[in-house]
Design a protein around this ligand. Structure first.
Ligand code: ANZ
Ligand code: ZN
Length: 829
């Protein structure tokens, strides 16, 4: 008798699958396709449990869909550029490329040990010029379309590290690496005009509908932040100038009692000219500009400001109102100027109270009197008061009416504003895709010619201990000729944000090895869109929004056909240990390598699937892992017990119920019920934990009947069919042990090549049994109950029986005794 030996069989089947190229696919218009993709990993060095979880989920879906008859694309690659590689390389005194490729090799072999059904022939690494050359081409095409531009933008600048820092890399205003004070600096940066797609990105969230979790759609909606409102001009007192504000509440215009400008607002200098407070205002502005913008405008930062000494005129009341500069007004949003309505906006309210400014109510909540003394701004709906000819209107109607009124007088118009900003893709770091642009003294900023792509990132450089990019000093790279006038010119040394690479890799997988174009149109149009995308909720906005933007922009360039990249999205939960996310700093890491060495791939996979449904967090627990391992041993032992009678027949063997014994019929019913449940759970909900629980029940049922099965003619067929169904149902989750047991059962063909069976509705038919019903030991009735009914169900049926009720009426039921398959006795006092 053989023993369950995970490592041996896992290696064996991984070799067979690879040799037979079972997961290598091509476009085939005669076959329906399914594209399942997990977010690709950053090659940090080792697979962690979060990876194991997400790739296992994807693998179950891939294997299941293949059995369902789909041509399944399930590729893998590496998100290989980025700061961590560069920093690790600096620390270990090696080259980022060397570090990255070594990590890829290590992680690839780990993924292979986990037995994922991946098409490795489509593997890609974004740091290969064979990949990023197409990204550079897209950059040039975007340039032609006006989707790329260069402009000065405020950035977080670390003077010591000599680089821009992402917002996430600034901690309390200090550089995360060296601790120096971060400066706000204006730097010329490259931007992608994602805002050109703001409306479509927002509106298409509807078409994604149920395919995407509501939570993610809402997050994107808020991030894009479309606000409908109006722009209104306020003329400056004693001046020909006016200040334009953006407001979502034109209905509150009569309550605008002052104006707030952003410290960066270009009018500030002019307004304070010849004013006594000019010096103070300048000091205030300087102090604001020196404060980190995120802190300055944070919700819980105290509102503060300063009077400019100037006034402007409220266009409907004609009253002069004071103009302030305020810390919470952003220059990047709207027009950088706010008409302040303290009665109905909380920030304005706090500001007004602090500086003793007038608070005038203009919206009255329905069924309420205006309050004598407001305690907070009222931002809700209501009816207009103190608003001239608009008084009495409902506030929504008033929005339109007041805007119309202003438009007629040329003082304002409807306006839309977005929170979404254009995407700054410039990074002053080395390990990224070069931006294909040169600077010529005569011609200015000139894009590289298409035929000169790729601009290859030079490998022969020395990274610096201070993190500064070595590119600007790499003369062989920097020195070039102008594509237009051929004079000596210098290359751009900024590289692209790595989110650019991850914005289109899913499309490149369809054509990963094509080197004459970014995509093979046949493969691309067959495989796209991704049918099921799986990844962490932390990418709900950035990556998923950028990828949607790229899809639309590349569609408009004629490269892609679809409007959306990912038809369905599953966001898996985190892997926790002792209630906290596994992380190096907490020291609560479980290393997949140790798991593989101790228990093997199938146990590791089974545990992550069984412990929790995919979208929930998974709490690691060692007993659970051991339990999963014992379960596989038990499956193996069941095979050994059954093997004398097992026949190599497939699941759902064709059998006639009437030719079977009762025990056989019951087992057959259980088999088909299990199949039905597992099929549904895999198809619709990806509820792997309940699938596994259902199969466990079938295993219990099969273990219980095996003693007498050899007696009947059909017994071995019933048992073998149920056994096959167990293996089929478990295969997508624990494929190695299932393949091995399938082969031991005598099948010639791999389980991987089998089709998913269909259950037989006849087999589900419930049988009934006759139960005698007594009250205090006296026969009162005989009833039929389903043969599968549990004790509780039988009890309820007996108590609801009319004849029983009659004899029980007015008495107290002391207890109900159930003798399985025979009788129920109701004892009353
Ligand atoms: C008058 C008003 C009255 C406002 C009221 C609100 C309530 P969202 O919804 O985020 O688009 N605002 C406009 N530009 C701003 C800027 N650059 N920095 C800070 N705040 C700005 O917000 C739009 C509202 O935020 C605008 O409508 C404006 O205040 C303010 F009862 O105008 B509101
Ligand atoms: Zn030139």
């Amino acid at each position: 008798m053989s023993q369950y030996h995970a490592e041996r069989i896992e290696q064996k089947w991984q070799e067979i699958w690879e040799r037979e190229k079972l997961f290598t696919v091509q476009a085939d218009p005669n076959q329906k396709k399914y594209y399942v993709l997990e977010m690709f990993p950053y090659p940090s060095g080792r697979i962690h449990m979060g990876h194991v979880r997400v790739y296992t989920i994807g693998d179950v879906i891939a294997r299941f869909k293949r059995m369902r008859g789909y041509n399944v694309l399930h590729p893998m690659g590496w998100d290989a550029f980025g700061l961590p590689a560069e920093n690790a390389a600096i620390k270990n005194n090696t080259h980022p490329a060397k570090w990255t490729y070594a990590n890829i090799d290590e992680m690839r072999s780990q993924l292979k040990r986990l037995g994922y059904s991946l098409d490795w022939e489509r593997e890609l690494a974004t740091c290969d010029s064979s990949y990023y050359r197409w990204e550079q081409l897209f950059f040039l095409k975007f340039w032609d379309q006006g989707l790329v531009y260069r402009k000065k933008a405020p950035v977080n600048w670390c003077p010591d590290c000599q680089t821009v820092l992402a917002n996430e890399q600034v901690e309390d205003g200090e550089c995360w690496r060296c601790g120096s004070q971060v400066e706000n600096k204006e730097l010329a940066q490259w931007f992608l005009r994602i805002t050109a797609y703001a409306d479509e990105l927002l509106d298409d969230l509807q078409t994604l509908g149920q395919g995407w979790p509501e939570r993610v759609r809402t997050m994107q909606e808020n991030w894009i932040g479309r606000s409908l409102g109006a722009e209104i001009d306020f003329s400056v007192q004693n001046s020909k100038q006016h200040i334009r504000v953006f407001t979502t509440r034109p209905d509150t215009l009569f309550g605008a009692t002052f104006m707030s400008l952003a410290p960066e607002h270009p009018m500030v200098d002019e307004l304070i000219q010849n004013k006594p407070q000019a010096g103070e205002v300048q000091d205030f502005v300087r102090r604001m500009l020196a404060t980190d913008r995120n802190i300055r405008t944070a919700e819980d930062t105290e509102k503060e400001g300063i009077f400019t000494g100037a006034f402007c005129i409220n266009p409907v009341t004609q009253e002069p109102i004071p103009i302030y500069v305020a810390n919470f007004v952003l220059m990047e949003y709207g027009t950088g100027a706010v008409m302040a309505v303290p009665a109905h906006d909380q920030r304005d309210f706090e500001f007004a109270r602090k500086y003793g400014l007038e608070v005038r109510e203009v919206i009255k909540p329905k069924d309420h009197e205006a309050q004598a003394e407001l305690e907070a701004a009222y931002a809700g709906p209501g009816e207009l008061i103190q608003s001239g000819e608009f008084t009495g209107l409902d506030h929504e109607t008033a929005k339109a009416k007041i805007t119309e009124h202003l438009a007629q007088k040329g003082l304002g118009q409807k306006a839309v504003n977005y929170r979404l900003r254009d995407w700054n893709i410039s990074r002053q770091r080395y390990w990224g895709a070069p931006i294909p642009v040169v600077y010529c003294a005569k011609c200015g900023v000139v894009p590289v010619r298409e035929e000169d792509l790729p601009v290859v990132l030079p490998m022969n450089v020395q990274t610096r201990p201070d993190g500064r990019s070595p590119l600007p000093d790499t003369e062989e790279f920097v020195q070039t000729r102008c594509p237009e006038c051929n004079a000596p010119a210098r290359r751009e040394t900024d590289t692209m944000d790595t989110f650019v690479e991850s914005s289109w890799y899913f499309a490149r997988y369809t054509s990963a090895k094509v080197d004459t174009a970014p995509f093979d149109p046949r493969e691309l149009s067959y495989w796209m869109p991704v049918d099921q995308y799986i990844g962490g909720i932390e990418h709900a906005i950035l990556h998923l929004l950028y990828a949607r933007f790229f899809t639309k922009a590349l569609r408009d360039l004629g490269y892609l056909e679809h409007n959306e990249p990912f038809a369905h999205l599953l966001t898996q939960g985190m892997v926790l240990k002792d209630g906290a996310k596994m992380s190096k700093s907490k020291g609560n890491i479980v290393d997949p390598n140790e798991m593989l060495a101790r228990f093997g791939a199938d146990t590791t996979r089974l545990f992550t699937l069984f412990a929790s449904p995919p979208e929930k967090d998974l709490d690691w627990n060692d007993q659970g892992v051991e339990g999963a391992h014992r379960f596989l041993h038990r499956l193996w032992r069941l095979y050994e017990q059954l093997s004398p009678v097992l026949l190599p027949i497939g699941p759902c063997a064709v059998l006639e119920n009437k030719e079977l014994s009762k025990a056989d019929r019951d087992l057959r019913r259980k088999e088909h019920e299990t199949l039905l449940k597992v099929s549904r759970d895999l198809e619709q909900e990806f509820q792997f934990n309940t699938c596994i629980a259902a199969v466990m029940e079938l295993i219990n049922a099969l273990s219980a009947v095996q003693a007498d099965l050899v007696q009947t003619v059909s017994g071995p067929r019933v048992v073998s069919s149920a056994w096959s169904t167990i293996l089929i149902c478990l295969y997508p989750m624990v494929p190695h042990i299932c393949e091995e047991l399938w082969e031991l059962t005598g099948h010639d063909e791999c389980l991987a090549l089998w089709s998913w069976p269909e259950h037989d509705p006849d087999a589900l038919h419930k049988e009934e049994m006759l139960i005698v019903v007594q009250v205090n030991g006296k026969l009162r009735d005989k009833i039929f109950v389903p043969s599968t009914a549990e004790q509780e169900e039988i009890k309820t049926l007996a108590l609801n029986n009319e004849k029983v009720k009659k004899h029980v009426q007015g008495k107290e039921v002391k207890k109900v005794v159930v003798v399985p398959e025979k009788l129920v006795n109701v004892v009353v006092a």
